[in-house]
Design a protein around this ligand. Structure first.
Ligand SMILES: *[C@@H]1O[C@H](CO)[C@@H](O)[C@H](O)[C@H]1NC(C)=O
Ligand SMILES: *[C@@H]1O[C@H](CO)[C@@H](O)[C@H](O)[C@H]1NC(C)=O
Length: 407
C-alpha cells in the first residue's frame, strides 16, 4: 500500500469527523505534462534562443502546479547540451537554462523529468557507443546529484534500432547516473518502438533485465489514441481505445514486478477522446500497483493552436481537458489528505493473473498518397508512412531524421 492517511497523532483528533475533501482521491503518485520548447528547431543546431527554441514559461508552469500537477517533463536536445561529441563538456548557457527550469519546478515541490528528446540519435545517427552515452549521462547527472525531485529519463523514444542496443544503452545510463552519486532519484527508462505501451510486449521484453543498485527504475511508456498511435490526429479510434492499448503493458509490469509511468499521452478536444482518455486513466488508476501516474503531451509556450496544447490559458488541450484531468491529480490545492510514500520497483508485486481481454491492436492505417497532414501533424521522417504533404498554408519542416512536422 503506497498511501497512508495523514492522521493526527492525538487520539482525540483522530476521532473527529473526517476532513471534508474538495476533490476525489487519486491513486496516482504523479500527474503532469511535458513542457516543450527547448527541443524545438532541431534542424537548427545549435540555433538561437528565442528564435529557434524556447525554454518553458515558469509562469504557466506555476498555473499548472496551482491546478495540482506535480510532474513536468523537460525535453531538450543533446546536440545543444553537448555540441561537440557525447563525451564533451556541456554548453554553459544551455545547461544553466536547463537547470533553472528544472530548479523552478523542484523548488516548488514538484518533480522535473530531464528528457533528452533525441530518439536514441545524436546528430541523426543512432547512438551505438554505450560508453559515450554513459559519458553524456555522467555530465548531466553530475549537475543534479543532490536534487531528489529530479528524474532522469534515459532518452525519448528509441525506435527502429537494435533491441539489445536499447537495453544496453539504458543500462549504461543507469550505471553512469548512479556512479555520479545521484542515488536517490528515480530513473525513467524508455524502450524501442517509440516506447509505445501498445507494442511494449512485442519489442521490449528484454528490458525486464535492467538493474538498478538503488532500485528506483520506472518504465516510461507512451500511448496515443489515434488510428496509427502516432499522436498526430485529434480523432480517437473509439471511446475504449485508451484502456485497450495499455492492457498488455499493464500485465507485463504486473507479471514482472515493475513500475510504469505513462510519459506521453493526449487526445483531441472531443467527446470520443474524452471518454477514451478518462477510460484509460481510470484503468491506470485501478492498476496503481504498477502505474505511478501520467504526463500529457504537451504544454509549452510555442504550441500555438496545436491540437493537444496544454499551455495555459488558451491551449486547445488545456481549455478542454484541465478540469477533466484534475480529477486524477494527486495533490494540489484540492486538499487531498493522502500522501505518497515512495514506492520501490523491487517491491513484491503480487503477479495476479488477470483475465483481461487481449488489447485490440489497431493496425497502422496506410495513408493514401493524396492525404495531407494538418498543422503540427507529422509529414515525414524515417519509417513514416503517413502523408508527406501539408494542408494548405503549412510547410513540411524537418525536425530531425525521424520527424518532420507541418508548420
Ligand atoms: C534476461 O537475461 C537472462 C540472462 O542473461 C536471459 O536468459 C533472459 O533471456 C533475459 N530475458 C529476456 C526477456 O530477454
Ligand atoms: C476499476 O475498478 C472498479 C472496481 O473494481 C470497476 O468497477 C471499474 O470498472 C474499473 N474501471 C476500469 C476502467 O478498469
Amino acid at each position: 500500500m503506497r498511501y497512508t492517511l495523514l492522521l493526527a497523532a492525538s487520539a482525540g483528533l483522530a476521532l473527529a469527523a473526517p476532513h471534508a475533501k474538495t476533490k476525489r482521491d487519486s491513486s496516482f503518485v504523479w500527474f503532469g505534462t511535458s513542457e516543450s520548447g527547448a527541443e524545438f528547431g532541431s534542424e537548427d543546431i545549435p540555433g538561437v534562443l528565442g528564435t529557434d527554441y524556447i525554454w518553458p514559461d515558469t509562469t504557466t508552469i506555476q498555473t499548472l502546479i496551482d491546478a495540482g500537477m506535480n510532474i513536468f517533463r523537460i525535453p531538450f536536445l543533446m546536440e545543444r547540451l553537448v555540441p561537440d561529441t557525447l563525451t564533451s563538456s556541456p554548453d554553459a548557457t544551455y545547461l544553466a537554462d536547463l537547470k533553472s527550469t528544472v530548479e523552478y519546478i523542484t523548488d516548488a515541490g514538484a518533480h522535473a523529468i530531464i528528457d533528452p528528446h533525441n530518439y536514441g540519435r545524436y546528430y541523426g545517427d543512432i547512438i551505438t557507443s554505450t560508453t559515450d552515452f554513459a559519458a553524456f549521462w555522467t555530465t548531466v547527472a553530475s549537475e543534479f546529484t543532490t536534487n531528489e525531485n529530479v528524474i532522469f529519463d534515459t532518452n525519448n523514444e528509441f525506435n527502429t534500432e537494435d533491441q539489445t542496443l536499447v537495453l544496453d544503452l539504458n543500462q549504461a545510463a543507469i550505471n553512469a547516473i548512479r556512479a555520479t552519486g545521484a542515488t536517490s532519484q528515480y530513473i525513467f527508462v524508455e524502450g524501442n518502438s517509440w516506447s509505445g505501451a501498445w507494442t511494449w510486449t512485442e519489442y521490449n521484453t528484454n528490458m525486464v533485465n535492467l538493474t538498478d543498485p538503488n532500485d528506483k527504475l520506472v518504465y516510461e511508456m507512451h500511448q496515443y489514441l489515434d488510428s496509427d498511435g502516432s499522436g498526430t490526429s485529434d480523432v480517437c479510434v473509439s471511446t475504449t481505445i485508451g484502456e485497450e492499448r495499455v492492457e498488455t503493458a499493464t500485465e507485463w509490469l504486473q507479471a514482472n514486478g515493475k513500475l510504469g509511468f505513462l510519459g506521453e499521452f493526449a487526445g483531441g478536444a472531443n467527446s470520443v477522446c474524452d471518454s477514451a482518455i478518462t477510460g484509460m486513466l481510470d484503468y491506470l488508476e485501478n492498476n496503481s500497483d504498477v502505474w505511478l501516474g501520467a504526463s500529457w503531451w504537451s504544454a509549452g509556450p510555442w504550441w500555438g493552436d496545436y491540437i493537444f496544447s496544454m499551455e495555459p490559458p488558451s491551449g486547445t488541450g488545456y481549455v478542454y481537458y484541465i478540469d477533466i484531468l484534475s480529477a486524477y491529480f494527486p495533490g494540489g490545492s484540492g486538499g487531498s489528505t493522502t500522501t505518497s510514500t515512495a514506492p520501490s520497483s523491487g517491491s513484491t508485486t503480487t503477479a495476479t493473473t488477470k483475465t483481461t481481454t487481449a488489447a485490440t491492436k489497431t493496425t497502422s492505417t496506410a495513408s493514401t498518397s493524396t492525404a495531407t497532414a494538418a498543422h503540427y501533424g507529422q509529414c515525414g521522417g524515417i519509417g513514416w508512412t503517413g502523408p508527406t504533404i501539408c494542408a494548405a498554408g503549412y510547410t513540411c519542416e524537418v525536425e530531425n531524421a525521424y520527424y518532420s512536422q507541418c508548420l
